[in-house]
Each structure stands twice: as C-alpha cells, then as structure tokens.
Design a protein around this ligand. Structure first.
Ligand code: SF4
Length: 365
C-alpha cells in the first residue's frame, strides 16, 4: 500500500511537471538543455572583467567554480529576455556578476517595473518576489528557491491583522514591506525602513499600528510624536546583535564607526553612529569613507560594499541570513533553464496588496 502511494505521488509530480513545462512552452519559453559548466579558457576570458569587480571579496580559488555559472546565466538572460534583481544581501558573485538591478526590496520592484523584460528572476526572499509580481503583474517572476522565507514575514498572518483591526478600531495599519502579499492586502499602506517615519506621519493620525517588526517600530517611535503600536515580529539576523558586543568593538578601537540597521534591538541602535536602511547604510559608507566600519547587518552586504570601497576596512561581527543564502548561482541558472519556480498571487489579494504598496510609492516627498 505504501509502495502504491509512493508511485502515485511520483506519477502525480511527473504529470504536474510535464503540464508546467507544456504551459511554459505555450507561453514562449520552451525548456532548454543545461549548458556545459566547465571552466574553460573561453569561460575564463569571458568572465575576467567580472572577476575584477569581486576579486577583493571572492578568493581566486573559488572563481573557477563560479565563472561557468556566471557566463551561462548572463548568456541565458538574453535568450529568456530576463532580468535578475539582487537584494543587497545576495552574495558578491550574484550581486556584482549576474544582477541587472541591485538594491533594497522596494528599489528592486520599482526599477523592475520600468524594465523591458518578460521575466524577472528574484535574487532575494519570497516576500520580495511577491512584491515584484505585484508591481509587475504582466511579467513572469521566478524564485530560484521557494523555501527562501523571512522570519519577519512569517511572524504575522492576515488573520492576525484582522484581529488587530478589531482590537484597535480606526487605527491605521502600516506594514513593513517584509510581509506576504496576503498581509499587505489587509493593511492601509506599506513602508520600508527608509521611509517608515514619513509614511507614519503622512496618515495624520495620533496612533498608528506599525507591523510586524517590533524593533523598527520602536526606532520609529523615537523619531515621531505619533504613538506607535506594534507586533512582536523580529528579524532573526538583526536581533542576534547586542549593544554589549558593539561597545566592546568601540572600546577596542575608538575610531571605529558603527552603522546599524533599524531592525536591530534598541541597545544596538544606541551604540550606533548612524542608523538607516540598507540603501542608506551603503550611501553613508561611500560618502563618509571611514577608515574602519562595523556594518551591523547581514554579512554579504558588507562584502558587496567592501568590493566597491577598497579604502575602507570592514570589521565583521555580521550574521548570515539563512533564507537569503538559499539563493545561489546554480539555482538561478536552474530557474532560467527550466523556467521555475513561478511566483503567483491569489487574485483576490493582488488589488488590495498592490494598493498598499502604491500608496507608499505615491507619497510626495
Ligand atoms: S535578513 Fe532578516 S528581514 Fe531580511 S530576509 Fe533575512 S530574516 Fe528576513
């Protein structure tokens, strides 16, 4: 009996995959063969200029593994009429060598809307791919790994938001962009870590619910007179930093500059010289070019900024995001060859979720 079930499941999966492939072919995207992935002299020559961008952060011994994927992905992007969006937390060989658009999640989605491409491959986590789909409903959005989630996005459900509405009638609900499309659909407006204060104040209300990140909400509360209510969501990467460890870095070297993301706990923010979104952190380092800096955020972002700021020494108490690290060159190539996995959103959710994002995008400066 067990055996029959197992065979039944396999057959179902094969049939579903065959149907998916036929559907993609009918939409103009036939399946392709996996390209040759040897590190040949031709591959070395074609990718040398890209290695120059990352040579300070990617060891030479690793490049023969990355280069065949880099070349194959860049070739296939033309065949598929695709762009790759890479969040600031993608590894340097993705961020600097195959990405077409880089930035924080909102920058990615907004810029992709202006690109003449049929396919978007999301270098980032699932909620980002959903936001890309909301902003680009006519494009095919592919996730190289559907399991790339986010502790913040998973901390709250649409039912939770409806519960908050019932408990706080009349209080507007602002959702951080790190939420599912279904949660965004229940909220009044979206925000990012760059514009959260502006979004909260734009509502003209004395009290606002800012969900799901407790620490971002606490940070915003220090910057506005609006009363901020929140939720108990945390980023599992940023919540691991402590003010004590940062204080030790400063005691060790008083010249070090500490730059923190607002998803960090309040004692970390209190130790920081500057607090801002990933995009603002990058701008700050490029503009101020400190001799030594601690970027209190995800490790790959420090690598990506280091590749562009050779004079700056990065002290690294960084934490890796296990979800972001699910996205790799082999999985991106797999997405382009086999056109998987396509991100879809419940049609009932699309309009209200998109409206929450657009209300933020359309806010005047
Ligand atoms: S770094 Fe934190 S907020 Fe960003 S995807 Fe990972 S868990 Fe989510």
């Amino acid at each position: 009996m067990t055996m029959m079930n197992s065979i039944g499941f396999t057959t179902d999966r094969n049939e579903t995959e065959a149907k998916r492939r036929a559907d993609m072919a009918a939409r103009g995207f036939p399946m392709l063969d996996m390209p040759n992935l040897e590190f040949t002299p031709e591959v070395a020559e074609a990718t040398q200029h890209l290695y120059e961008r990352v040579k300070d952060v990617v060891p030479a011994i690793e490049w023969p593994f990355h280069a065949p994927y880099v070349k194959a992905i860049n070739d296939l992007k033309k065949v598929r009429n695709a762009v790759i969006l890479a969040h600031n937390y993608m590894t340097p060989e993705i961020y600097h060598c195959v990405a077409d658009i880089v930035g924080d999640s909102l920058q990615l989605a907004r810029e992709a809307a202006a690109v003449d491409a049929k396919v978007i491959v999301q270098g980032g986590v699932h909620f980002m791919a959903e936001t890309s789909k909301l902003m680009n409903p006519d494009k095919i959005v592919l996730m190289p790994d559907m399991k790339a989630g986010c502790s913040l996005a998973e901390s709250i459900t649409p039912e939770d938001v409806r519960g908050l509405r019932a408990r706080y009638p009349g209080v507007p609900i602002v959702t951080y962009v790190n939420t599912s499309a279904a949660v965004k659909a229940e909220c009044d407006i979206c925000c990012t870590s760059s514009n959260a204060v502006k979004v909260v104040e734009s509502l003209g209300a004395p009290r606002v619910l800012l969900i799901p990140d407790e620490y971002l909400a606490k940070y915003v509360a220090t910057k506005t007179d609006v009363e901020i209510l929140t939720w108990k969501g945390h980023c599992e990467v940023h919540e691991r930093f402590t003010g004590k460890e940062l204080h030790a870095y400063r005691e060790d070297d008083p010249a070090v500059r500490i730059i923190a993301h607002p998803e960090c706990p309040p004692d970390v923010i209190a130790e920081a010289d500057f607090t801002g979104s990933t995009a603002h952190m990058i701008d700050w380092v490029k503009k101020n070019a400190p001799e030594k800096v601690v970027l209190v955020t995800e490790c790959s972002m420090a690598d990506n900024v280091a590749a562009e700021t050779p004079g700056v020494h990065f002290v690294r108490p960084c934490n890796l995001c296990p979800h972001m690290k699910r996205i790799t060159l082999p999985k991106i190539l797999d997405s382009l060859v086999y056109m998987r996995s396509e991100v879809t959103i419940d049609p009932a959710v699309i309009a209200p979720a998109r409206a929450a994002v657009e209300r933020m995008v359309n806010l005047k400066n």
